[in-house]
Write a protein that binds this ligand. Structure first.
Ligand SMILES: Nc1ncnc2c1ncn2[C@@H]1O[C@H](COP(=O)(O)OP(=O)(O)OP(=O)(O)O)[C@@H](O)[C@H]1O
Ligand SMILES: [Mg+2]
Length: 258
């Protein structure tokens, strides 16, 4: 295996009209990294993740996936991102959202096989075998024939995780995967994510669960004003932050913990 980082992000920028959200993000994501991303609401955490699998097209900068720079530079003009190239990256970069985004008219098995059938053109039997493996991994083998409406939020989120894993991504992006859940359901989803981290899967995780970040992530980044303000091991960033913005964020965040 090559020593190239799975993802190398250089000078990543994203604007929406006049709103300059990302102003030069630099990050290397290495094999086996579990990187927690913290930052205030509106600081661009979701935008950052969405740029990494090209749900949003970056305004500037480079994303180098598995050693290959995505898109083509053009003299004096924005980089060109051919759709075929983006489809390939999206297959390797799985994403899990706060709101699950399951298809309500499909069974659990249907939701997990859909990408395998459409994107990877797997036959029905092969896709179902693969889907059942991933449902078993998240502890939902027996829910394969159920519809999403009959699942709890925690179960829906675990189906969404199985769906992303089924495509065998080399990087998983989690955008506040437990924020929409009732408190008693948060643990089952965090346990699945912790299991994936323990297996050595590479992931970026936007979360407000600072305690979880502390115990599971090997690196923590704090975003503000469109850049990474502070980056380091959880012990340093969460317990001894150097940057005043990180300090202020964490002290606000901890005011309701006891
Ligand atoms: N599709 C879009 N079109 C226009 N503006 C957008 C779009 N997506 C995000 N923004 C803007 O970009 C900024 C960053 O939003 P983003 O959702 O990335 O923040 P966030 O850090 O994920 O916040 P939260 O913690 O609330 O989820 C906000 O000002 C938001 O209004
Ligand atoms: Mg967000």
């Amino acid at each position: 295996m090559s020593d190239d980082p799975i993802l190398r992000i250089r000078g990543l920028q994203k604007s929406f009209g006049d709103n300059h959200v990302l102003r030069g993000m630099d990050l290397d994501v290495k094999q086996g990294d579990c990187i927690a991303i913290l930052g205030a609401s509106g600081s661009g955490k979701s935008t950052f993740l969405r740029c990494l699998n090209f749900m949003e097209i970056p305004s500037d900068g480079e994303i180098i996936h598995a050693g290959k720079t995505v898109g083509t530079a053009r003299n004096g003009k924005p980089r060109l991102y051919p759709e075929g190239e983006l489809t390939k990256v999206r297959q390797k970069v799985g994403m899990v959202f706060q709101q699950f985004n399951l298809f309500p008219h499909m069974t659990v098995l249907g939701n997990v096989t859909e990408g395998l059938r459409i994107v990877q053109r797997m036959d029905k039997t092969g896709a179902e075998t693969r889907a059942r493996e991933e449902l078993a991994r998240v502890g939902l083998a027996e829910k394969a024939d159920e519809y999403p409406a009959r699942l709890s939020g925690g179960q829906k989120q675990r189906v969404a995780i199985a769906r992303a894993l089924a495509l065998a991504p080399d990087l998983m992006l989690f955008d506040e995967p437990t924020s929409a859940l009732d408190p008693e359901l948060v643990g089952e989803v965090l346990n699945v994510i912790r299991g994936l981290a323990d297996e050595g899967r590479t992931m970026l995780l936007v979360t407000h669960e600072v305690g979880f970040a502390y115990h599971v992530a090997n690196r923590v980044i704090f975003m503000a004003a469109g850049v990474i303000q502070e980056e380091g091991p959880p012990e340093q960033v969460l317990k001894n932050p150097k940057n005043p913005r990180t300090q202020a964020f964490l002290s606000r965040h901890k005011q309701f913990e006891f």
